[in-house]
Design a protein around this ligand. Structure first.
Ligand SMILES: [Zn+2]
Length: 482
C-alpha cells in the first residue's frame, strides 16, 4: 500500500516517493541543550520517532539525522541560550552542553525514542557552515558588513513559500536581530561578529564570530543526507523563521530543492494553555516521569495525530494509563500461555484475526501516520485476543506466537509502546511456577486421600484467578479472565 503524507510545503496530501528507491533520508531539528527537555519536546520526538519506525517497518533503509544545537540559538533578548545557561550553572559552555545532551538522551531513552543515526553538533560543524556562507556570498545571496554576514532576503524570490508570509510581514519574526547595518529588515544573520568577552567564537574570513542558528541545520542536513533529501521534520512553531530560512539558504546556495517533504507537528498544551515558564505550567519530562510511567506518556502522545495540538490533562493521562494496562495485560497473558501451550500451527481463525489487525493498522499509518487510528486497531486486537483467550479453546504455540508477533511489530516496533520484555514478566513467570507447584501438591494430597486439604488448595487457587482442571491424564491449570 502506498504511504501518503501531508506535505507542509505544498499544503497537500501526497504519495511518498523517495529520492532514492528503498531509502528515506530524514532530518529532524534537534534540541538546544541548555536545560532539561520538557513534555513538549517529548511530543515532538515521539511523533517523529514513529515516522522513522514506520518507514523501517515498511522495509525502507532509513537514515535519521537530528542535530544538537550547542551554539548560536539566541533568546529574544539577544543572549545566547548556551552562554546564559553556562553562566547560570557556573560551568564552561561545553560542560553545560555535555550535561544536557546526556540528560536529553536519557529522557528520550525512557520514552523509548530511537536514537538518531547521526547527532551532529553545531559547534563541530563550523567549517561546513563557513563554506555554505562563502558560497552564498559568492552567488550574491549574502553580504558582509563589519564582521557580520546577512542573508539578502529580497534577492531570494521564493522567500516565504513554506510559511506563506510575504517579505513585508516577516519583519516581526526577525525582531531579535536589531543590527542597524542590515540592508533590509527581513535579512537574517548567517554569521555574527563576536565581542572580545564572547566565549564561543571561531575564526572566519569575516573575523572572529559565531554562526546564526538557522545555518547549522542547512549545513548539517545536506552534509549527511544530500540535497535534495526526502523529509525535514520539526515543530510547527519553527516553521517561521527557522525553517523558511533553512530553505532560503540551502536552495540559494545549491540551486536545487532542499528537501521533498516537510512534516510539522502540533504543540503540546497543558490543561488548555500553551506551556510557558511565566504561566507556571512548565513541565519537564523528568517531572512528568515522577507521576506517570514514561510508556504511559508515550501512549498519551500517540492518542493525537502528530499534526494536532495535544492537551495534557490528568484525565487524558489516566486514560492512557488504563489503555496501556489493557494492552500490556493481553500481551502478558499471551506470553505466559505461550510457554505452556501445546506445539502446533496457527489456526485459520487466529491467522485471519492477525491479518485483519495488521491491515487496519497499516491503513491508518499509511494515511499520514494516523496514530490514533493505529492505536484503535491495537485495542480491537486486544478485545479479540482477550475473547479468544477466555473462550476455553485450546490455543497452540502457533496461535499464541502469531498474536505475540503482531503485538511486537505493531505495538513494539512501530508505536514503541510495548517493550520486548514487560517489566514484571519475571514475576509472572514465578507466579506460573508457583501455580504448577500448588497444583502438583494438590495432586499429592489427593493421592494421600486428604480430600479436604486438596479442595482447600483448589478453592484458594480459584480465588486467586487460577482454575484447576482435572482429567484422566492428571491436573492442569489456566488463568481465569477477570
Ligand atoms: Zn533546524
Amino acid at each position: 500500500m502506498a504511504l501518503r503524507l501531508y506535505n507542509s510545503l505544498t499544503r497537500q496530501d501526497e504519495e511518498f516517493k523517495p529520492v532514492t528507491d528503498g531509502r528515506v533520508h530524514i532530518y529532524v531539528c534537534g534540541p538546544t541543550v541548555y536545560a532539561d527537555a520538557h513534555v513538549g519536546h517529548g511530543k515532538t520526538y515521539v511523533n517523529f520517532d514513529v515516522v522513522v519506525r514506520y518507514f523501517r517497518y515498511k522495509g525502507y533503509q532509513v537514515r535519521h539525522v537530528e542535530n544538537i544545537t550547542d551554539v548560536g540559538h539566541l533568546l529574544d533578548s539577544g543572549e545566547d541560550r548556551i552562554l546564559k545557561g553556562a553562566a547560570r550553572e557556573r560551568v564552561e559552555p561545553m560542560e553545560l552542553v555535555e550535561r544536557f545532551t546526556r540528560r536529553f538522551f536519557e529522557d528520550m531513552d525512557r520514552l523509548n525514542v530511537t536514537r538518531p543515526d547521526i547527532s551532529p553538533r553545531a559547534s563541530g560543524h563550523i567549517p561546513e557552515q563557513i563554506e555554505l556562507i562563502k558560497k552564498l556570498i559568492a552567488r550574491g545571496y549574502a553580504y558582509e558588513v563589519d564582521g557580520n554576514v546577512y542573508f539578502d532576503v529580497p534577492k531570494y524570490e521564493q522567500y516565504g513559500k513554506l510559511s506563506g508570509r510575504r517579505i513585508e510581514e516577516t519583519e516581526a519574526g526577525t525582531r531579535v536581530e536589531v543590527e542597524g547595518d542590515k540592508r533590509h529588515p527581513a535579512d537574517f544573520a548567517l554569521w555574527k561578529k563576536a565581542t572580545a568577552e564572547h566565549i564561543m567564537k571561531w575564526n572566519s574570513p569575516w573575523g572572529w564570530g559565531y554562526p546564526g542558528w538557522h545555518v547549522e541545520c542547512s549545513a548539517m542536513s545536506t552534509k549527511y543526507l544530500g540535497q535534495p533529501f526526502d523529509i525535514h521534520c520539526g515543530g510547527m512553531e519553527n516553521k517561521f523563521p527557522h525553517h523558511e530560512d533553512e530553505i532560503a539558504q540551502s536552495e540559494a546556495a545549491e540551486g536545487v530543492p532542499f528537501c521533498t517533504y516537510w512534516l510539522h507537528n502540533g504543540m503540546l498544551f497543558i490543561r488548555g494553555e500553551e506551556m510557558h515558564k511565566s504561566l507556571g505550567n512548565f513541565v519537564t519530562l523528568r517531572q512528568a516521569y515522577e507521576l506517570y510511567d514514561p510508556m504511559t506518556i508515550r501512549l498519551f502522545i500517540l492518542t493525537a495525530h502528530y499534526r494536532s495540538r495535544l492537551d495534557m490533562t490528568d484525565e487524558a493521562l489516566d486514560g492512557a494509563e488504563k489503555g496501556r494496562q489493557r494492552i500490556w495485560g493481553a500481551v502478558r497473558s499471551i506470553r505466559q500461555r505461550l510457554s505452556q501451550a501445546p506445539e502446533g500451527e496457527a489456526s485459520a481463525e487466529v491467522v485471519e484475526l492477525v491479518a485483519k489487525a495488521r491491515a487496519a493498522f497499516e491503513e491508518a499509518m499509511d494515511n499520514d501516520f494516523n496514530t490514533p487510528g493505529a492505536l484503535g486497531t491495537l485495542y480491537d486486537l486486544t478485545r479479540d485476543a482477550n475473547t479468544l483467550l477466555a473462550s476455553g479453546k485450546a490455543l497452540t504455540t502457533g496461535d499464541l506466537a502469531a498474536l505475540d508477533q503482531a503485538y511486537r511489530q505493531l505495538g513494539g516496533d512501530v508505536l514503541g509502546i510495548i517493550p520486548d520484555a514487560l517489566e514484571d514478566e519475571g514475576r509472572a513467570d514465578l507466579s506460573a511456577k508457583l501455580a504448577d507447584l500448588l497444583v502438583e501438591t494438590r495432586s499429592k494430597l489427593r493421592g494421600a486421600k486428604q480430600w479436604a486439604m486438596a479442595d482447600y488448595v483448589r478453592d484458594q487457587l480459584t480465588e486467586l484467578g487460577i482454575q484447576v482442571q482435572d482429567s484422566p491424564d492428571g491436573s492442569s491449570w489456566r488463568y481465569l479472565e477477570r
